[in-house]
Ligand binder design. Sequence first.
Ligand code: ATP
Length: 353
Amino acid sequence: MTSAPDLETRTATSVALAKVVKEFGSTRVLHELDLQIEAGEFVSLLGPSGCGKTTALRLIAGLEQLTSGQILMNGQDVTGVPTNKRDIGMVFQAYSLFPHLTVLQNTTFGLEMRKTPAAEAKRLAGESLELVGLADLAGRYPHELSGGQQQRVALARALVTSPKVLLLDEPLSALDAQVRVQLRMEIRRIQQELGITTIFVTHDQEEALAVSDRIAVMSGGRIEQIGAPEELYLTPATPFVASFVGMSSLVPAVVAAGEATLWGMRVPVIGEVADGSYEAFVRPEHVRLAAVGEPSVAVTVETSTFLGSIRRTMLRTADGPLLTMQHSADQHLERGDTAQVTILPVPVVVRPA
Ligand code: ATP
């Protein structure tokens, strides 16, 4: 597959939200949101239903009016600029193709609106369809395509006008698991190939971790943390981020002088935390069977799940809490087995017990 030269030549654009407030009636759904997205960056807005992700995206698109604050593109205030003048491409969750138009006609639609000459529109649409791997299906109608193929057309249509910014609102959520994984990698490949600034809304943390340069984790209309996937996973700034991104067990912990003690095992604590009793978020891969003489806790196996190359085993500790351990699949553990496990001294987030 070759890339489309005309689609490649765009200059990357930065996007910024400055103290963005959005209220619907008397309800404030975004609270002074500040977000700086660099030119060419792929940033995901990740958070649970109702946290304000789609509202933030719609404000960037100009589909909603801000209550206060500013939206900037390349440093220029675009707050009052209508959607069709913002030079953005959008893909939504629901397939939004015109059913009575072919793949090619769907793709040229935006160009026709801009009065691009027919031959030029056809050429650009061909390039855009090639970019998403659908050049062979240009003559088909939407009902003759799979869901994944329809979303590829939606992507080709969004990219054909060479927008400065690509906005994706849960574009994969209607697709089945395998197609989702395939298409998210395709979206990332195309984004990198074109160098287009992309903002991707999702509530699926695995999806966000897989494709993003950075992720903004949102909760209740605020950004809890923004950072690279590894950063969010390894050093979550808040208990919310620790619980929303990746899997954790909650383990009773006593904190003193910035160090947590978990069943006698010492683990550094992330952030400034006063001495006292807490619950620590422990990742499954930071729990392992203890070697003889290592500090450990006695556990009984509740369940062990085979996941291909790894197993995830749920352990019951003597004083009650469950602990999940991720380990190699060739380490067999059966329900009722007893063992000693240790917690690796990797920094943990804690929350008041
Ligand atoms: P989801 O993943 O479910 O789409 P989200 O994080 O994208 O959620 P938003 O759609 O941005 O959330 O909604 C944020 C809040 O704003 C919700 O409480 C929602 O009910 C409210 N809201 C969104 N649009 C409107 C509207 N047009 N009028 C009134 N309230 C709205």
